[in-house]
Design a binder for this molecule. Structure first.
Ligand code: C5P
Length: 219
């Protein structure tokens, strides 16, 4: 089985999660969804009734929160203080607040420590915004997934289901990408040595196949 570390970064709605999970399955590797960890931290803040902009209170709450995550690609899931929160972390409330919480440097330090522990001896596909640049600079390969803004909005709306409105989803994605790319602490950015894959005109199987090729043959 694969014993290295694959870094998969990029903005929202590129199909990153689906593709990373399938790649892990094909490689016989583990899968780590770091976005789920930032979402669980955000849920802890919201449940404590704290304003996501109140940095000190955010740090205190996240430091007390017990966040655990499965790295099995067949049964991903995240717990907060021992309870499964895999559903609640996808709520629109969490999505709206997660960029503010994940911009707090002390929150990142805590979660990056946890991520490095989980990566451990490798054999894992790690998905996020700063994996190749900060969390695991030695990852090979480093992948940066992109897609046109319109495609990303359509994919995310598809995930959210019939009740979602395309224009609202597009605005949410644009806002989150802007916040994630402009924050001071570990902004979303393509690592210099990352392979960029534009998924606008590729389906999931095609992207996974390219990633398997790149991982196994470096091409
Ligand atoms: O990947 P997902 O869309 O679930 O990530 C949710 C949010 O978590 C992102 O918008 C970003 O603010 C934050 N995040 C981060 N660093 C990561 C992964 C996610 O800041 N490595």
């Amino acid at each position: 089985a694969f014993t290295g570390v694959v870094a998969m970064d990029g903005p929202s709605g590129t199909g990153k999660s689906t593709v990373a999970r399938r790649l892990a399955g094909q490689l016989g590797a583990r899968y780590l969804d770091t976005g789920a960890m930032y979402r669980a931290a955000t849920l802890a803040v919201l449940r404590a009734g704290i304003d996501p902009q109140d940095t000190l209170a955010v740090v205190e709450t996240v430091e007390r929160a017990d966040i655990a995550i499965s790295t099995d690609p067949r049964s991903p899931g995240v717990t907060l203080d021992g309870a499964d929160v895999s559903g609640p972390i996808r709520s629109s409330e969490v999505t709206a607040a997660v960029s503010a919480v994940s911009a707090v440097p002390a929150v990142r330090v805590r979660l990056v420590d946890l991520q490095r522990e989980l990566i451990g001896d490798g054999g894992v596909v790690v998905e996020g915004r700063d994996i190749g640049s900060v969390v695991w600079p030695g990852a090979r390969p480093k992948i940066y997934l992109t897609a046109s803004a319109e495609t990303r909005a359509r994919r995310r709306a598809g995930e959210l289901g019939a009740a979602s409105d395309l224009a609202t989803v597009a605005a949410d994605i644009a806002r989150r990408d802007r916040l994630d790319s402009s924050r001071a602490a570990s902004p979303l950015a393509r690592a210099e040595d990352a392979v960029e894959i534009d998924t606008t005109y590729l389906d999931i199987d095609q992207v996974v196949q390219r990633l398997v090729d790149i991982t196994m043959n470096g091409a």
